[in-house]
Design a protein around this ligand. Structure first.
Ligand code: C5P
Length: 301
């Protein structure tokens, strides 16, 4: 399987719920930065992770991909035994790009095939939603609106021909999502109580017309002040990207990756080179979007 990273073009966060999660309205956007996931029959479940940041990924039952395998097995639709999951990471870990969710989505969709479980995309998304807030979107990909914890998806009406050019600035460090939500709650207590989240009409209109300039101007993330408070260097990264002419600049999800929208591919190349030279991040990558979600790449033997 090949499964994409996500950006949140909008992330509007409400007050904490009784279960500790936050109701949100988000616009997910899948980009061309992929992890690869392979599954094979085995006596017992196991996971092996290689690639970018692999040492930080648990190789035990806590691994999100193995949790997805167990969630599918728990449906009772299949009586198959163990699986060996192999993950090659290109999506940085704990970076706000939903890399762990991508791996879970890949394992889920792959086991649905390997075990011939026959679940539809909707059925897979229901299981995915139990595994993690961003897993269902990694199954679906494209550009979609997420509600609830982020797991309730509806399609976003977008200009099909639009291909957005993104530049990603990977930070020298990680942020744990729960810590960022806690910082968000602390900031909200000091300021006003967050109001119920609402979809940004300007962003949706920009996506419908495929107008990159308007999309850039409408990017927003309620978690950004919390992420910047925990990782102050991000303020400078965002500022440098804006000064270099990005159409928009934002922290991705709970951070610390920052992303920038460029007007076209050649501007994206220039922006990536200049950001890299400015020394405001660990490394820089380019990506385009939207791309499809979890995709089967090879035939099963
Ligand atoms: O669902 P997932 O495991 O990706 O969420 C990680 C953590 O992020 C949760 O344990 C919770 O602390 C926080 N979170 C939240 N509200 C959401 C999504 C995530 O508070 N809607």
């Amino acid at each position: 399987m090949r499964v994409p990273a996500k950006l949140n073009l909008q992330l509007a966060v409400g007050p904490p719920r009784a279960d500790g999660y936050h109701d949100l309205v988000t616009v997910f956007h899948a980009i061309s930065l992929f992890d690869e996931i392979t599954v094979e029959h085995a006596d017992a479940d196991s996971v092996a992770v290689t690639g970018e940041g692999a040492e930080a990924v648990p190789q035990s039952d806590d691994n999100l991909a193995l949790r997805a395998v167990c969630a599918l097995r728990d449906t009772g639709l299949t009586t198959h035994g163990g699986v060996r999951v192999t993950i090659t990471k290109r999506i940085p870990v704990a970076a706000g790009l939903a890399g762990g969710s991508a791996d879970a989505a890949g394992a889920l969709v792959a086991c649905n095939e390997l075990w011939d479980a026959g679940l539809s995309q909707q059925g897979l998304c229901e299981i995915a939603g139990r595994v993690g807030s961003d897993v269902a979107f990694a199954v679906v990909g494209g550009t979609a609106v997420g509600r609830g914890r982020g797991e309730l998806l509806s399609p976003a009406l977008v200009r099909a021909s639009a291909r957005y050019q993104w530049v990603l600035a990977f930070a020298d460090g990680q942020l744990a999502t729960p810590d960022v939500y806690k910082a968000f709650d602390r900031l909200a207590e000091r300021g006003r109580t967050p109001s119920p989240p609402e979809l940004n009409a300007s962003l949706m209109s920009a996506l419908r017309s495929g107008d990159a300039k308007a999309v850039g101007a409408a990017l927003s993330n309620d978690l950004q002040p919390a992420a910047v408070s925990l990782f102050p260097g991000l303020r400078k990264t965002l500022e440098v990207g804006r000064d270099l002419g990005a159409l928009g600049a934002l922290v991705s999800g709970s951070g610390p990756t920052c992303f920038f929208l460029a007007a076209n591919a050649s501007r994206a190349l220039d922006l990536a080179a200049a950001l890299s030279g400015a020394g405001v991040c660990r490394s820089v990558a380019r990506a385009t979007g939207a791309v499809p979600g979890a995709t089967i790449m090879t035939g099963l033997t």
